[in-house]
Design a protein around this ligand. Structure first.
Ligand code: GDD
Ligand code: MN
Length: 358
């Protein structure tokens, strides 16, 4: 069995977690694959220090990437074990039920979910708002789930390798909810076993869950529903582009009326500022998992402005051509905008937030 452990700033938890896994698993074969997103606290080094003396431990270190789900997927793919467990590094997941989970797999389960929402399980010391948010998210998940599961939000579960292989190409790999992603992506009916446990307090460090997980969860739900027809990132990108029009108009009005600039100057300022606005918002929302920071942010902005400049030329060229060939002006404009949007999306995805820039 391989235990995949996503980490971000968990250096103080690594040794204790491995000690406890070793204590519960005893002589049953296991390995641990840590997937660390280049934590500034040196988690990867802490893992490797142990890996030097314990061959069951490995570390996959990802650079310029973030994301719990994608980390889990890459960890699962980095192992050849027939059974894979996923658990957090902060000791909130009760490792003592690992052998029972494994027994359920041996008895024929495809997936074993460690659940907080069944008899004997609990969320432990959560405040009311976190509890209600979790319950609300669980309810929403029924939109995309094919089978009822009491805790599809769980970050603690085990599965057979063939379950992963059956759906790995369909995974959205967005945000925090990897189990839900797996369950919703699987095309065949799964034998799901559930095992209650009590969610503990964090051992050391702090939670990475912030208000953005709500947004990421929304992206996952959208991707699993309409994602087959339109890429969610394109939707987000277009939505933000739409907002950019309002920013443009506001800046333009201020520049014209407030500062008395002449139209060309005002329009240029408005265009540039709305581009910065679009870039910044896409960087934090649409491409949160590949977010650029520091100098890379500025380089990204520059490539974004160039790409969108070319997009604008394409937009104007095509709509003008259509207009001159007897297309109604509204249709000609919409065609231009659509082509410009697709261009901007495709090019910035590749050059602004693509692998080359990191
Ligand atoms: N590689 C990587 N990249 N790991 C990450 C990232 C990331 O961007 N964000 C968080 N992690 C790691 C953390 O280091 C930790 O080991 C684990 O993922 C869970 O993160 P926490 O910050 O501890 O999340 P939580 O405790 O609030 O919520 C967890 O438990 C819930 C109940 O099982 C998550 O697993 C939730 O998805 C889950 O619903
Ligand atoms: Mn946690």
């Amino acid at each position: 069995m391989s235990i995949v452990i996503p980490t971000f700033n968990e250096s103080a938890n690594v040794a204790e977690l491995l000690r406890r896994i070793d204590a519960t698993m005893g002589s049953q074969g296991w390995e641990a694959v840590f997937v660390d997103d280049d934590s500034p606290d040196g988690t990867a080094a802490a893992v490797r220090a142990i890996a030097c003396i314990d061959q069951r431990v490995r570390c996959v270190q990802r650079i310029g990437r973030r994301g719990l789900s994608s980390a889990c997927i890459e960890g699962m793919l980095a192992s050849a074990a027939p059974v894979i467990a996923v658990m957090d590094a902060d000791l909130q997941h009760d490792e003592s039920i690992l052998p029972t989970m494994l027994a359920r797999i041996d008895q024929g389960a495809d997936v074993v979910v460690a659940t907080r929402y069944a008899q004997g399980g609990s969320t432990g010391e959560w405040d009311a708002s976190r509890k209600s948010m979790s319950l609300w998210a669980t309810r929403m998940s029924r939109l995309i789930l094919k089978q009822p599961v009491s805790d599809p939000m769980s970050g603690f579960f085990m599965l057979r390798r063939d379950v992963l292989e059956g759906c790995v190409h369909e995974l959205s790999a967005m945000g925090f909810k990897i189990l839900l992603d797996l369950l919703a992506s699987s095309r065949r009916e799964l034998r799901i076993a559930e095992l209650p446990y009590v969610f503990r307090d964090r051992f050391a460090g702090e939670s990475k869950l912030d208000s953005m997980v709500v947004w990421e969860y929304g992206m996952l739900l959208l991707d699993k529903t309409i994602g087959r027809f339109v890429p969610v990132r394109f939707l987000m990108f277009s939505l933000i582009g739409g907002l950019g029009v309002f920013v443009h108009m506001a800046v333009l009005t201020a520049a014209l009326k407030g500062f008395g600039l002449d139209f060309t100057v005002a329009q240029t300022v408005a265009t540039l500022l709305s581009m910065v606005f679009n870039f910044a918002l896409n960087n934090t929302l649409t491409y949160r998992d590949r977010r650029l920071a520091g100098w890379a942010w500025l380089r990204g902005l520059a490539s974004f402005v160039v790409a969108c400049g070319v997009g604008a030329v394409a937009n104007i060229g095509i709509s003008t051509w259509l207009y001159e060939h007897d297309t109604r002006w509204v249709l000609a404009a919409i065609a231009g905008i659509l082509i410009g949007a697709v261009w901007n999306y495709a090019v910035t995805q590749l050059y602004t937030w693509g692998k080359k820039r990191r």
